[in-house]
Design a protein around this ligand. Structure first.
Ligand code: PLP
Length: 393
């Protein structure tokens, strides 16, 4: 027996462990200080009433032989997929039901999709980035090249025709930078992918935070994307499902190469390795799309976006350069006074007792930057902002 030695090449992710360690040390020596955590990338508001009601109904269904459900369809129940289809329709995107695959979250499918692609593909990943894209490809032994996201390009790298890539990751609105591509920029990526016979793996986990109507919420709002893109979505941030687990992946039928269909292959892969998302969870997710459910989740999203605004306004007032905060729950700021990411982390912890996430943890271009998130409580966010203003003014 031999292990997959590619695992040796994955960098140990010390980021959140190191953050926790530094906070614990500080708390030990300063037990009287109240720490505010704005580093959290997880939601904090509970599931909305419509979802809870639907989850209860799902449980009830499982208690009676007439409504009991055993193994469900690999690709998800139609009642949920039809709602997703209608959601896309409202964005002006026409999908077929069999292009939608219900998943247990975007992270799983972002990793699992790689099963359908050959090992010798060259992978293009932005830097800084959500670490899953890099690590899943290292596990599979693929060659990774990076697209530099920097202050100069607003942390939105554009295609370079001198560089050939087969698999391209785009996350918009982005984690960690909060930056969001406009439709013209996305069209450039779509054109590049179609010309290069490449595929775009489009992570739309934060699409629900896009409020600017001129921006895309789905890559399929861009002409030509159906022949070159796969989209990953999630109920995690949209409806607080980080612990409940549900998402969906759109694999268009027009994504075909040499007669090989991505859609058919993905279904085949799922049928072999996946037995579906729990019926009860799909019932809950389905309620997100009811009139009442949508109204309720929009209130939660507005709560987070108000926090994002509070943080962004603070940066404006202090004259600190940042991306995000407008169509994203993340604010990615340039550390003041030329400080490094970890230096600023310590400075903020020691002098304002505010915790964020050092940008250096997301890639080399993250050095000198810092991520704050809008997922805290309104009161804590306001207090954190006051402390930051007092410290940095
Ligand atoms: N994609 C991005 C960019 C994320 O930031 C996250 C979670 O933080 C995910 C995907 C994972 O989403 P899910 O909870 O649906 O697995």
């Amino acid at each position: 027996m031999n292990f997959n030695l590619n695992f040796n090449d994955i960098a140990e992710n010390y980021l959140f462990a190191e953050v926790a360690d530094r906070v614990a040390k500080y708390t030990k020596t300063h037990p009287d200080k109240k720490i505010i955590k704005l580093g959290i990338g997880d939601v904090t508001l509970p599931l909305v009433p419509s979802v809870i009601k639907a989850l209860h109904e799902g449980v009830e269904d499982m208690s009676k032989s007439q409504t009991f459900k055993g193994y469900g369809p690999y690709e998800g129940y139609d009642f949920l997929r039809e709602n997703i289809l209608a959601y896309y329709n409202k964005m002006g995107v026409n999908l077929a039901l069999d292009e939608i695959f219900v998943s247990d979250g975007a992270k799983s499918d972002l990793g699992n999709i790689l099963d359908i692609f050959s090992k010798d593909n060259v992978v293009l990943v932005p830097d800084p980035v959500y670490p899953v894209y890099v690590d899943t490809n290292i596990m599979a032994g693929r060659k990774i090249i990076f697209a530099n996201a920097t202050e100069k390009n607003g942390f939105l790298p554009m295609p370079d025709y001198k560089v050939h890539a087969d698999i391209i990751y785009i996350c918009s609105p982005n984690n960690p930078t909060g930056a969001c591509y406009n439709k013209t920029q996305l069209k450039e990526w779509v054109d590049y992918a179609n010309k290069n016979n490449a595929v775009i793996l489009y992570d739309a986990a934060y699409e629900c935070f896009v409020s600017d109507g001129s921006l895309a919420r789905s890559i399929f709002q861009i002409e030509g994307a159906e022949t070159c893109a796969i989209e990953f979505c999630s109920f995690s941030k949209m409806a607080g499902f980080t612990g409940t687990r549900c998402g969906y992946t759109v694999v268009p039928k027009k994504l075909v190469k040499d007669g090989f269909s991505a859609n058919k292959t993905w279904l085949r892969r799922q049928a072999t390795k996946f037995n579906g998302v729990p019926y009860i969870v799909q019932k809950g997710a389905s309620a997100v799309f009811t009139e009442e459910g949508m109204k309720e989740i929009k209130q939660n999203l507005a709560y987070y976006m108000e926090n994002a605004k509070t943080i962004a306004e603070c940066m404006d007032e202090l004259g600190i350069w940042y991306t995000g905060g407008k169509n994203s729950p993340y604010i990615w700021l340039k550390c003041p006074k030329g400080m490094g990411s970890w230096q600023f982390f310590d400075y903020l912890l020691e002098n304002a007792q505010v915790v964020g996430t050092p940008g250096a943890g997301f890639g080399k271009n993250g050095e000198g930057y810092f991520r704050l998130t809008a997922f805290g409580s309104k009161e804590a966010t306001k207090e954190a902002v006051e402390r930051i203003k007092k410290l940095l003014k």
